[in-house]
Design a protein around this ligand. Structure first.
Ligand code: ADP
Length: 170
């Protein structure tokens, strides 16, 4: 796989001009705190209206909506696992968030997709392990698929930026 297909961006995901940005949603898909709240504020009320029609989403799965006022054409909503110490299949569920989101991107023929650190905020998943899973699962998918062409990992804080930098260099 060409390493140029993986990028790192520092800052706010809501302003990114990718074909899709991924939302760290909860099972209701009706909005929440963290990146979810920020995406809904930036996209405007039509996003919530479309989300209401989706009847929620299971942990580890993903659903897609339009991006409305965002620069991104689509939002892929995925529900990460809450971290309970690693005894409840959290790693497999987190990997599934990335693969499910990437499969939707491929289905919609999207060229670029940006991910925040799913589950690493309110859901308390350890950042280092989460980033390792994110990068490994994404590489595995890109090796087998030509779409999306590019995946952008968005680090909102310095610690995440440092972790992703070293993983992407390796
Ligand atoms: P979760 O409930 O899945 O843990 P959070 O939204 O609480 O979701 O956090 C997920 C990650 O997104 C955290 O690393 C947090 O720092 C980051 N984050 C929060 N706001 C933004 C934003 N506007 N852009 C990018 N990342 C963000």
């Amino acid at each position: 796989m060409d390493k140029k297909r993986l990028e790192l961006h520092r800052g706010d995901i809501t302003g990114l001009k990718a074909d899709a940005i991924v939302n760290a949603a909860n099972t209701s898909l009706l909005g929440g705190g963290g990146v979810d709240g920020a995406i809904h504020r930036a996209a405007g009320p039509d996003l919530l209206a479309e989300c209401r029609e989706l009847n929620g989403c299971n942990t580890g799965e993903a659903k897609i909506t339009k991006g409305y006022r965002l620069r991104a054409r689509y939002v892929i909503h995925t529900v990460g696992p809450v971290w309970y110490g690693g005894y409840r299949n959290e790693s497999e569920q987190l990997a599934s968030c990335y693969s499910s989101s990437l499969r939707l991107a491929r289905e919609y023929k999207l060229k670029s997709v940006a991910f925040p650190g799913i589950s690493t905020g309110i859901y308390r998943f350890p950042k280092e392990l989460a980033a390792t899973i994110a990068v490994n699962e994404t590489k595995r998918f890109l090796m087998k698929n030509s779409l999306p062409e590019k995946v952008i990992f968005v680090a909102f804080d310095d610690e995440s930026y440092r972790i992703y930098s070293s993983l992407l260099k390796a």
